[in-house]
Design a protein. Structure first.
Length: 257
């Protein structure tokens, strides 16, 4: 690499066995990669998708890398993720995975891959590459008409919430377990060794639905109308009760185990 007044560093984007070099912001600490992991190490989501009209940079997770630095992963849209790599307070680079292509970078022996499903893998030069457990996901239509993608992957379980047209709204997981949108609450809860996804209708008085990560409705909580219509914001109280009941599993609907 030749010396210039400003150091321009780049990452490789891998798709269909070909490498395309993208220029990244000046000040990045990543260098060009001399080699690109084979396609078998870069699994894609496998489903075509359409980018939402408006991009929202929603934080998904923060991953500790092999050398102690971190990657903050953001979802921009369907099949579009970015990862900001930091060493302490210094931003080293931004990896961009878009349209089924994985992004790959390296710095001082650290190798980092951002995959099309938003997962990050890292290893140090000379060390064995980590075994990658593929993500699996299922999409459900929630009672409010929005879409929830329940994802179970190497970094745990998360739920990505979007509009029916595919615009990303929010992501919840056990570290950021709850989000509120238009009187609806979406929450991930841990019940013993089982992780569940809870949907609460605050506008309707606090009725709740509980799903497992196979997308199956496993429980439903119906608020007593006299409680929901009580004075002083009964709906909010009912919603809080539903959230508490979720940790105990709710009542199981007949015919569902």
């Amino acid at each position: 690499m030749r010396n210039t007044r400003r150091t321009t560093l780049r990452s490789a984007v891998v798709a269909a066995g070909a490498a395309t070099v993208l220029a990244l912001p000046i000040g990045s600490a990543f260098a060009d990669s001399p080699a690109v992991p084979g396609p078998e190490a870069l699994p894609g989501i496998g489903q075509p998708s359409v980018e939402p009209a408006a991009s929202v940079r929603a934080h998904v997770t923060t991953v500790e890398l092999a050398d102690g630095s971190v990657a903050k992963v953001y979802k921009i849209g369907d099949s579009h993720f970015e990862a900001d790599v930091f060493a302490g307070a210094t931003k080293l680079d931004t990896l961009v995975s878009k349209a089924g292509a994985a992004s790959y970078g390296q710095n001082d022996g650290l190798h980092v891959v951002l995959r099309p499903n938003g997962t990050v893998t890292s290893w140090m030069a000379g060390a064995p590459k980590p075994q990658i457990r593929k993500e699996r996901s299922v999409r459900i239509t929630m009672p409010d008409g929005r879409i929830a993608e329940l994802v179970d992957g190497p970094h745990g379980k998360r739920v990505e919430i979007s509009t029916p047209k595919g615009r990303a709204l929010a992501t919840v997981d056990l570290r950021r377990p709850s989000v509120h949108r238009d009187d609806w609450t979406y929450r991930v809860v841990q019940d013993s060794e089982r992780v569940k996804f809870l949907v609460i209708d605050g506008k309707g008085g606090g009725n709740g639905w509980v799903y497992d990560f196979n997308g199956r409705l496993i429980a439903k909580y119906t608020v007593d109308p006299t409680v929901a219509s009580g004075g002083g914001g009964g709906g909010g109280t009912a919603a809080a009760g539903a959230a508490g009941a979720a940790g105990l599993g709710f009542a199981v609907p007949r015919g569902q185990g």
